[in-house]
Design a protein around this ligand. Structure first.
Ligand code: SF4
Length: 342
């Protein structure tokens, strides 16, 4: 992980002058900066982690690099909305697959045409849907990769919609042929399509997602609307200026507030820049992939956000996430924020 500030502490520990150095580096940094601390005392790790939690500067990474210990922490909080509260378990995310027809440069789970298809599969999704409805899940989100690469996407969405109102996240480029036919059969009052569109013009969108993708996304939005689906537009942006420009576009397009999603690039997966978020920053949203149950969709391929490999029984998986959240709360849940992916 690249850092904004590098601090070589040699053999220093908290008992031998490290604290003033950390205070100095915080004074020199801006909120959100990443600081890499490189030292020769690997055993310092647990004390440094405690300091990070205690001071609200989350530890993001600990590694040994060329024989030296390296820790990266973030200065302060990331700008995530505090406006909402949402009980753990009210939202359920399903990573239907990880392969994708696009190769976006900030994809938080490294999806691409070359990514292996790690699919949940129809039978498992049907079981999840059955158990989710008994657990009082209020909303289901289906994501990928690109879920419309799956031939059985229609059946998968029908199963989810039977359990709770369902939103499928898509780049909007595959609403043709059999996929379009399977969409036609789905209940419009239970399924919404959240289509990625990063900017008002092709420039930014195509820069991150590939030439020509903006125009194809616009076409997909039109098609989905013509089939009578509710369409939410979701932009991934780097700056407040980009967010504001997109908001103006949404105003011009008369998009309802509940159909707007604007989120920041997160420093995970393929992204080389963005907001660095940890468990401590995120209120969990139970997220299920072929590998297991994760804390939140933004890190559904990262071991630090894996809660358990066991998906079933689902009530146990939910309980595991709640227990992990309680444990996190013992340290620093005052740092936890809602981070909206939908
Ligand atoms: S951001 Fe979405 S569309 Fe882009 S590679 Fe990742 S999953 Fe595919």
């Amino acid at each position: 992980m690249k850092a904004d500030i590098d601090l070589d502490i040699g053999r220093k520990t908290f008992a031998s002058g490290l604290l003033p150095e950390l205070i100095d580096v915080l004074r020199r940094s801006r909120s959100g900066d990443l600081v890499a601390v490189v030292g020769d005392e690997e055993s310092l790790g647990s004390e440094l982690e405690t300091w990070c939690r205690f001071t609200g500067n989350p530890l993001l990474e600990a590694a040994v690099d060329r024989g030296r210990a390296r820790w990266v922490f973030r200065c302060g909080a990331v700008p995530i909305s505090l406006a909402e509260t949402r009980p753990v378990g009210s939202r359920l995310w399903l990573y239907a697959n990880f392969d994708c027809n696009l190769h976006c440069d900030y994809c938080c789970v490294h999806s691409s045409p070359a990514a292996p298809r790690r699919e949940l599969g129809l039978a498992r999704v049907q079981q999840i849907a059955r158990e989710a409805s008994e657990l009082g899940v209020k909303e289901i989100f289906v994501t990928g990769g690109e879920p419309f690469l799956l031939e059985y996407i229609g059946d998968l969405l029908a199963a989810c919609a039977g359990a709770a109102p369902t939103t499928v996240l898509t780049n909007g480029m595959l609403f043709v042929g059999r996929r379009a036919e399977s969409l036609q059969t789905l209940p419009r009052d239970r399924i919404a399509l959240q289509i990625s569109l990063d900017s008002a013009t092709p420039k930014l969108h195509d820069l991150h997602r590939g030439p020509g993708t903006w125009a194809r996304a616009r076409e997909g939005i039109k098609r989905a609307r013509s089939m009578g689906f509710r369409v939410r537009l979701a932009a991934t942006v780097s700056t407040e200026a980009e967010a504001e420009e997109f908001r103006q576009f949404l105003d011009e397009e008369r998009i309802e507030p509940e159909d707007r999603v604007i989120r920041r690039i997160v420093l995970r997966g393929a992204a080389s820049e963005g907001d660095a978020v940890t468990r401590a920053d995120l209120v969990p949203e139970v997220t299920i992939t072929a590998e297991g149950v994760y804390w939140h969709p933004v890190g559904a391929a990262d071991t630090d956000l894996l809660v358990t490999h066991d998906i079933f029984p689902l009530f146990e998986a939910f309980a595991a996430v709640r227990r992990a959240f309680d444990r996190e709360g013992e340290h620093a849940n005052k740092l936890a924020r809602i981070f909206n992916c939908a």
